[in-house]
Structure formats: C-alpha cells, structure tokens
Design a binder for this molecule. Structure first.
Ligand code: CUO
Length: 660
C-alpha cells in the first residue's frame, strides 16, 4: 500500500542468524531484493513487558516470568491486523527483543495465524545450533570461514562422546540423549503444544493426554536403549530431598549469551529457590505439596475445583485432565491448588547449581526444551512423572474382550523382511550433514556444514498375514509395538513390566477383503517418525519448489521422532525383542475428519495440525492399562500376533552421508 516505506537495511544491520527471516519477509513481498524490507509505519503495540528480558539473557519457558513475557509477545504477534503489520513489527523487534524469545514467539505465531502459513521461519538447529552441539564446532567454523571465505568448505565434524568418558556408565546412552534429531523433536513438540499462550493456541485436542503419552514413549525408548547397553531401567526421581547421583556437564556454549551452560555435579540436592532476577521464589516443600495433592486427586479419582466442587475423573478424559494438571498447562482445572509440578521439577533441577543466584549463574540444560533431553536426570524426572500417571492408569478396569477382540479377524503372523535377514533388525552408525550458517553470527554468507554421527538402522518391511473370516470387507487399524523380552537380570518380563516398555513403531489402516490378506508396510512409512530432511530442515517454499508444503505445515511437521532412531541400538550379539501387532476394528477407532494436507505422517506422538488426534482409543492402546495376563502370550487374542526378533548392532560407520 501507499504507507509502505521500503528501506535498505545496511549489511551489518541484521546478524546472520536473521538473514533468512528477513529474506523471507522481503520475498513475501516479491521484491526479490535480499535486504529490502517494506516496512509500514504502524502504531507500535506495548512491548514493555517482553522488552524487560535483556537481549543477551537466556530465555526459558519454564521460568514463569519469561512465560508471561512470551505469552504477551505471542498475543501481540497473533493480534497484528495483517501480515504487513506483523512484518513491520518484527523488523522493529528483531534488534531489540531477546533473540531466543523472539524466535520462539514468532514461530508460535506463524504456526497459529491463519494468514502466515506461507511464511518461512528459520529452523531452530540452524538458528541456534549452539543448543545442539559441541562448541568446538563453532571455533572450527570460525577458522574455516576466515581461512576460506568462498563456497567450498569442508564439513566440520562434530565429535561423538564428548561430554563424558567411559568411566561414566551413563555415557553408554549419550548417543541417544545427545542426538540432535531427538532434541529437535522434543523442542518441536513443545513448540506445537505450548502450555501457556492464548487459550485457542493451547487448547488442542487431547494435548494433556499427548503430553503424557509422548513422554511415556520417550521413557520406554530410553529404557530399551539402557537395557541394550547393560544398564538398568531408569530410576525415577521421587525423593526430592535425595541427592541426584548423576552429574551432567553439557559442554555447550551459548552464542547469544556468551556463556557456557552450567554443569550439575554428581549428588546435587535440589534446594529452595530464591532468584529475584527471575522472579522465582519457591521451596522444595511446595513441590512436595503439589505432588501430594496430585496423588490425592488420583486416589480420590477427582479434581478439586477452585470453587470447592469436585470434578470426577472419567475414563474418557481423565488422563487428558491429569496431563494438563501435571504439566501444568493453562488448561489445568485448578492451577492455584495443584500448581505446576512437572515444569517446576525442571526448574528446581535447572537451578540446583545456583538456587539463590549468588554465583550469577543461569539455568542448566533442564531449563530448555531444546536441551533438556541431553541430561540423564531428564529421564529420571520423567520416569517419575510417568509413574504417577501410571498410578491413575492402574486404577482403570483392564480392557475386556469387547475392547480387545475383532471378531472375524485373525492375525496368523507378523514377520520382518529386509537386508538384515528375516526377523532381524540391524543398526550401525551413520554420518549426516547439517547446515549451520544461519546460526553463526560471525560467518560470511555461504554454507557451513557440520557432520555428526548418529545411530541408523537398515530399513525393513513388516509382513502381516490376516485372515478375514467375516465374509465381508473390513477395515483394520494395525498397531505395531516392540519391547525387550528380558529384564536387566535376563529374566523374562512379566506383562506389567513389559507393557510399559512397549515402543510404538507404527499405526496404520488397511482394508481387509474376505479370506487371506498379506499386509506389507515399510519402516519408512512409520506413523511415529519423520524423515531426516524434515527433522533438520523444516523450511519450505524454496525457489523452484512451488508445490512444497507451507512453512507452517513444515514447522508442525518438524515434530516427529527422528527416523534414524526408530529402532533401539541392540547389541553386537543380537538383542532379543518381541514384535507385536494388533488389528483393531477401524469402525471403533476412527475419527471422521479430513486429513488432507494436515501433515499426517507422524501423528502417533505429534497429532495432526488443526485436527483431532486421529485415533479414538486411548494413546498407547492396548498397553496403557494393566491386565490380568501374566505375560504377553497370555494377553494375546486371535487378532494379535507376536514374533521374536533380534537387533544386531555393528560398531561401524555406514558408507554414505545423509544431507538435509
Ligand atoms: Cu518435554 Cu519435561 O516435558 O520436557
């Protein structure tokens, strides 16, 4: 319009990390001119609250004050009248608002505004690579780019096993905890499911239940990795007065704040927090009180409302209510009484090295969803959270035949085919490249690639034989899980233990004609995972890529377990696991909705954008409840089958690198 003023942004004006954003904003107006941004003169909204966070400070959603600031900024971004006004505001904010907070709030806003689905946000691993990798990479990048300012740069190798030596047993699962893809998944999940923002943003279908289930699956997966590596299942962190045995030294540097992420020494005890600078004053006793009230709610099967009434937990929505109460999200039915148990657990641990700010230290990795999963204590905390949810689940009546059976449908077998051989999974290391240039504020333009090492598996195909004796065509939901067979002492797992170790591998729907059906499903099409390129590059609308999904879809679609971590590592001897499939009646499972363009390939842990969770059953069905069955064989019905398999790990780096 006429009130648009185009102005040239000087070269040095934007740090490199924002260039892609500014490019996008410019391209949005078709100018094509890289640093020309049409900026409208707009009446500036009141930014005083978000501006209270200093530019170079850390930003954490677990800090209530930061959350209030972010909530305000998201509101402001969401309520801008149109995209032009939003862009103008962004250009004002970029050099003034804390970059971590700015990036988060803008991502949430772009994800949730109907008119910004075509806008591009820089993927977080590129914007803030310092949250995901060893700082030596940045020093090397600095050297590389000064020595060789042009295009052809060698990738910088990110070392593996750099946070501890082999004297630390926990180091055996560092490849899982410090996997960039896993941490990106977790960051994306919390971006898609914020616990505090405008109600219409937070209120997504079954988000409290998904909080429970996605984190339950993380613990199940982590436990499988531990068992593969000769470690016991993770010990829950349930005594808040007891020392935390595991130390963690993150060895990450914040580029924005020019500081190192603080470590936590072995045997640290959480202490009362009094940090005026963060407006946090809370005693450990408060955490215990919230915990006791939560347990009381489960015990009495009801939630106390602010007005004194009691709302009974019902079988349908109980877990969803408890998820929101626990996290807590603003959907909690009584935040005043049940407080903020899970989030504050993160906060207590994150500040345990400097609870009264006397050393002027910032929070540790537990204070940020992009870094929390690196720390062994993350799993101890979430194992405890999961145990509490399981207390509730254990009170529910076990599923009966009417819920488990699918009359007329018999599954005669499940097996696995692939290069590793029949009923064998194979894993090894692989190296992949990730682009860093956006996040380095010292680099000249151009590509800086980092090469990192991660687990990978051979792709495979499930082959499932189903006999439909009903005489009619049917639709079935195939639910595929995997679990270890034995515990840490080599004893067969009882059903109650094994069900909690069940890892969801896939869930899909197929038609079943009368008679015999051979169902084939590729590992690549898992409903749990997203492909490598999507984990690392959620951008879209690249030039010459007109049919691509929109950036908002990609941002949502950035949520998904990284495909390279679909299968646990296994062992060199071949780790025994059981593969399980259930075919349930799609008529009882289905949600009637249009899922076209809803980014529908990683729904198991992430749901669908702007849609309902695409399965009517409880998340984790049929393993989310206890059963009378003593072991998995006892549990089986005609519409289920299992297969003993092994996961063979080869300690070698696979040929060929993946590129985003
Ligand atoms: Cu994802 Cu504790 O909720 O980190």
């Amino acid at each position: 319009g006429d009130d648009n003023v185009a102005f040239e942004v000087p070269d040095h004006y934007y740090p490199d990390k924002y260039k892609s954003l500014t490019n996008t904003l410019a391209n949005r107006f078709g100018s094509g001119e890289v640093r020309t941004i049409p900026v409208k003169n707009i009446a500036l909204p009141d930014l005083s609250l978000p501006l209270q966070l200093p530019y170079n400070d850390q930003f954490s959603l677990f800090v209530a004050k930061h959350r209030r600031m972010a909530g305000k900024l998201i509101d402001i971004f969401i309520n801008m009248r149109d995209v032009d006004d939003l862009i103008s505001l962004c250009s004002y904010c970029q050099m003034r608002v804390n970059p971590y907070m700015f990036n988060y709030c803008l991502s949430v806003a772009i994800l949730h505004r109907p008119d910004t689905k075509g806008l591009q946000v820089p993927p977080v691993v590129e914007t803030f690579p310092d949250k995901f990798m060893d700082p030596k990479v940045f020093r090397k990048a600095r050297e590389t780019t000064t020595v060789n300012a042009s295009g052809n740069r060698m990738p910088i190798t990110i070392p593996t096993n750099y946070t501890a030596s082999n004297s630390e047993p926990e180091q055996r699962v560092a490849y899982f905890r410090e996997d960039i893809g896993i941490n990106l998944h977790h960051w994306h999940w919390h971006l898609v499911y914020p616990f505090e923002a405008a109600r219409e943003i937070v209120k997504k279908d079954r988000r409290g239940e998904l909080f429970y289930y996605m984190h339950q699956q993380i613990i199940a997966r982590y436990n499988a990795e531990r068992l593969c590596n000769g470690l016991g299942r993770v010990t829950r962190y349930s005594d808040f007065r007891a020392p935390i045995g595991e130390g963690y030294f993150p060895k990450l540097d914040s580029q924005v704040a020019s500081r190192s992420w603080p470590p936590r020494f072995a045997n640290t005890v959480i202490r009362d927090i009094d940090r005026p600078v963060n407006e946090i004053k809370i005693d450990v006793f408060q955490l215990e009180t919230w915990r006791d009230r939560f347990l009381q709610a489960i015990d009495s099967n009801a939630i106390n409302m602010p007005n004194g009434r009691k709302v009974p937990l019902n079988e349908e929505t109980g877990i969803d209510e408890l998820g929101n109460l626990m996290e807590s999200s603003i959907l909690s039915l009584n935040r005043g009484y049940y407080g903020d148990l899970h989030n504050m657990g993160h906060v207590f641990i994150a500040y345990s090295h400097d609870p009264d700010h006397r050393h002027l230290e910032e929070y540790g990795v537990m204070g940020d969803s992009a870094t929390a999963m690196r720390d062994p204590v993350f799993y101890r905390w979430h194992a405890y959270i999961d145990d509490i949810f399981n207390l509730y689940k254990s009170k529910l009546t076990p599923y009966g035949d009417s819920q488990l059976d699918y009359p007329g449908i018999r599954v005669s077998s499940i097996s696995v085919e692939g290069p590793a051989g029949a009923n064998r999974f194979a894993t090894q290391w692989q190296q992949s490249l990730v682009e860093l240039s956006q996040g380095l504020d010292f680099t000249p333009r151009g590509s800086v690639l980092a090469k990192f090492t991660h687990l990978q598996h051979e792709e495979f195909t499930y082959v499932i034989e189903v006999n439909n004796t009903s005489g009619q065509s049917k639709m079935g939901t195939f639910r595929v899980f995997m679990a270890p067979k034995t515990d840490e002492r080599g004893q067969p797992l009882a059903f109650e233990d094994q069900r909690r170790l069940m890892i969801e591998l896939d869930k899909f729907t197929r038609g079943l004609k009368p008679g015999n059906n051979t169902i084939r499903q590729r590992s690549l099409d898992s409903s749990v995972t997203i492909p490598f390129e999507r984990t690392f590059r959620n951008q879209a609308n690249r030039p010459g890529d007109p049919g691509s999904a929109t950036a908002a879809e990609f941002d949502f679609c950035g949520c998904g377990w990284p495909h390279h971590m679909l299968i646990p590592k296994g062992t060199e001897q071949g780790y025994p696991v059981v593969l399980y499939v259930m075919v349930s009646d799609w008529n009882a499972d289905k949600i009637e909705q249009d899922t076209v363009g809803a980014c529908n390939d990683a729904a198991s842990y992430c749901g669908l954008r702007d849609r309902k969770y695409p399965d009517k059953r409880h998340m984790g069905f049929p393993f989310d409840r206890r059963s009378e069955a003593r072991n998995l064989t006892d549990f089986l019905k005609p519409n289920m089958a299992t297969r003993d398999c092994t996961i063979k790990f080869t300690d070698a780096i696979r040929e060929g690198t993946q590129r985003q």
